[in-house]
Design a protein around this ligand. Structure first.
Ligand SMILES: [Zn+2]
Length: 260
């Protein structure tokens, strides 16, 4: 399976050489997006290395360290996540600044990936700012694998901020992962919520659960949470749907159960 490098730009928020700040904090948000992007790339079957640097001594040092991490492994592609700045639209003018992708140069395969990213981001509402070329960006210049840098949206534009907040880093990470892998990534089917809990189902008890049956309302001790149990039967008790848990010989309302 394909291997990728991913990192969030700059040092962490509040440190020297951190990212841009405005309505959004670049370093904070790029790391959230990277976390989601890695999660979904892995879900999609890829091997991913997080090359984010949190201990740079200066802007230059951050870049040197990022590239050293990136170049330590042989990967198919290398991705950098940033947020843009420079629109200075604090009130909002109903125009989203939007998304752009940078590379040192554009060949067919890089273009294909970047164009899919643009399409996905546009579908989420981010104005498409297109493909950009830079011969000066250290990261793009010094990475061995084909590299591109995403500017997700603007930290200092109210319209970008509102859109970003309504969508969230997780969905953005998923959209980019699907674009990179060129496939739909199914979100976890591992834990389905109630509805089809019946006899024989394997379940876990959620945090905050209380018993049903004759112990109705009594808290289920935390020691029983997160373990795998079998449902013996499901009945209507106490005006709610409850399941008899075989191993505990106790009734638990099905709303507190997750199928595993
Ligand atoms: Zn940046």
């Amino acid at each position: 399976m394909a291997k990728y490098n991913v990192h969030g730009g700059h040092n962490p928020a509040g440190r020297t050489a951190c990212g841009a700040t405005g309505l959004l904090n670049e370093s904070k948000e790029d790391r959230k997006i990277v976390k989601a992007l890695i999660k979904y790339l892995k879900k999609g079957g890829a091997t991913v290395y997080n090359c984010t640097v949190d201990n740079g001594k200066s802007q230059g040092d951050v870049l040197v360290k990022i590239c050293a991490k990136c170049n330590a492994r042989s990967v198919k592609q290398d991705f950098s996540v940033h947020l843009n700045s420079g629109r200075n639209d604090k009130k909002g003018d109903k125009k989203v600044g939007g998304f752009e992708v940078w590379a040192y140069s554009w060949d067919t395969s890089k273009k294909a990936v970047a164009n899919r990213c643009r399409k996905k981001m546009k579908a989420l509402g981010f104005t498409d700012r297109g493909l950009k070329t830079s011969k000066d960006l250290y990261y793009l210049k010094h990475t061995k694998a084909p590299a591109m840098l995403f500017e997700i949206c603007f930290v200092d534009d109210k319209d970008d901020y509102l859109l970003y907040k309504s969508i969230g880093a997780d969905k953005i990470g998923k959209a980019l992962a699907e674009a990179i892998l060129n496939k739909t990534i199914k979100t976890s089917t591992a834990s389905k919520v109630i509805g089809n809990i019946k006899a024989g189902a394997k379940v876990k008890i959620k945090a905050g659960a209380v018993y049903g049956g004759i112990s109705k309302g009594k808290k289920v001790p935390t020691v029983y949470l997160g373990k795998k149990y079998t449902v013996t039967k499901v009945c209507k008790n106490n005006g709610q749907q409850e399941a008899l848990i075989k191993q505990l010989n106790s009734w638990v309302p099905t709303k507190y159960l997750i199928i595993v």
